[in-house]
Ligand binder design. Structure first.
Ligand code: HEM
Ligand code: HEM
Length: 375
């Protein structure tokens, strides 16, 4: 098959441009809907990154495609209806206009929202305009309206192509067809199934993960654990960037003594009937000399305090082990009221130790996201 168009047929370059763009547009909608649905976090940010990078690539590819069109003959419209010929030409130019205007609007929207585009994580593009909230909103509306306009136009366009093929039985669709997109799809599916070295997902091993605490009772150290908790980690050690959310069921406290556990569940201590969960949430993970720090807040018995959880991370092949420890003052969270308020029997300082062992999995979860559950 020829590279260039002839007077009657599209060459493989024009076909390649057409079908690769069509695949990229389909991917853009899938990513757009996904990034909208994802909760705020690293995975959402990454989806935005892909949307913007692929979108701007479509802009560049469209410019090259139009140049290619300029220096190639154009196979004529097949059919006898003049209005259909004109409608076809108009639809094609409208499609080209969308392929240019959408990425440009997207880029302007991002710049106005003060979010520079990092193209595939390789180069940060300069903002074409200064930040402006109102403009950002305007561009967002225009981008969304045009995106759904394009969707409608593509539906009409594909329906017309099928009509040519099935009703008029002419060569319109056949002369545009190529096996290329099939190869791309197979390639993408293979790449998707292959392990990604860049941002491997991690899944914690409940049997090797532990949330423990140590306090003193009558001067003697006592260790306890929480048996039931959820840990959600989105983390890229190279970044570093990420989020951690640990939700602990306070009812699951186990200090090795039933009477003491019952007392700990009572109103003077964890008041589990009113505060069944303790939550640690960190939205920033930063690198420090000794390892990393998760900067966030601990909510316990209705009080929220900012805390920084230092942790170390060891990655050995397919296994990652994170260990963190911090000391909190139980008085900050009103743990131990009434006769327990003084530190005569129970010390004020409580050391919390978190250890999570996670293994690399290639299950189809969002890259960089690991959900850890302990029953
Ligand atoms: C041909 C290319 C593009 C297509 C087809 C496309 C399509 C879409 C769609 C369908 C949405 C969701 C609209 C909604 O339902 O709210 C969206 C949102 C968005 N797009 Fe694009 N887009 C393209 C290019 C770009 C580019 C190049 C950028 C930035 C450089 C961009 C930035 C965004 C952003 C930031 C949003 C989210 C807006 C919000 O917060 O609601 N897009 N896009
Ligand atoms: C996002 C999706 C799509 C976009 C943006 C798009 C865009 C375009 C454009 C701009 C042209 C004009 C090419 C030129 O002559 O310069 C074209 C041609 C064509 N498209 Fe698409 N297209 C899409 C999807 C489809 C689909 C799904 C089909 C088939 C079901 C299709 C079938 C055709 C055919 C047969 C032609 C050649 C028309 C002719 O010979 O006059 N396209 N497309």
């Amino acid at each position: 098959m020829a590279l260039r168009n002839s007077e009657t047929a599209f060459g493989w370059m024009a076909k390649g441009f057409h079908w690769l763009t069509a695949l990229a547009i389909a991917a853009m909608f899938v990513i757009a809907w996904r990034m909208d649905a994802l909760p705020i976090g690293l995975a959402k940010l990454q989806a935005y990154g892909w949307h913007k990078s692929i979108g701007l690539t479509i802009l560049v590819v469209t410019a090259l495609r139009l140049l290619w069109r300029l220096v190639n003959p154009q196979p004529p419209f097949l059919g006898n209806s003049r209005w259909q010929g004109r409608a076809s030409t108009a639809a094609h130019w409208l499609l080209y206009a969308c392929l240019i205007a959408l990425p440009v609007l997207g880029w302007l929207m991002s710049a106005a929202a003060n979010t520079p585009v990092n193209l595939f994580g390789l180069v940060v593009l300069p903002n074409p305009i200064a930040p402006d909230r109102e403009l950002a909103h305007l561009f967002e509306e225009a981008h969304e309206t045009l995106a759904y306009g394009l969707l409608g136009l593509v539906a009409l366009h594909a329906a017309a192509a099928l009509k040519h093929h099935l009703v008029d039985r002419d060569a319109t669709l056949r002369r545009m067809l190529t096996l290329l997109p099939l190869f791309v799809l197979i390639g993408a599916a293979t790449a998707g199934a292959a392990p990604s070295e860049e941002m491997p997902p991690w899944r914690a091993d409940p049997a090797k993960s532990r949330i423990a605490f140590t306090f003193t009772q009558l001067g003697a150290p006592i260790e306890g654990v929480f048996e039931s908790y959820d840990v959600d980690i989105q983390f890229n050690p190279e970044g570093p960037a990420g989020e951690v959310r640990v939700v602990i069921d306070t009812d699951s406290i186990d200090t090795g003594d039933d009477d003491r556990d019952d007392q700990a569940r009572g109103d003077d201590f964890f008041a589990v009937a009113y505060f069944p969960q303790a939550v640690f949430e960190a939205h920033e993970i930063r690198r420090v000399a000794s390892g990393y720090e998760a900067v966030g807040a601990l909510t316990l018995k209705g009080s929220t305090k900012s805390i920084v959880l230092p942790f170390t991370l060891e990655i050995d092949g397919g296994t990652a082990r994170a260990e963190g420890m911090l000391v909190v003052n139980r008085q900050d969270f009103a743990i131990g009221t009434g006769e327990w308020a003084t530190n005569l029997a129970v010390g004020d300082e409580v050391t919390i130790a978190i250890s999570v062992t996670a293994t690399r999995t290639y299950e189809p979860v969002v890259a960089g996201e690991a959900a850890v559950q302990k029953p």
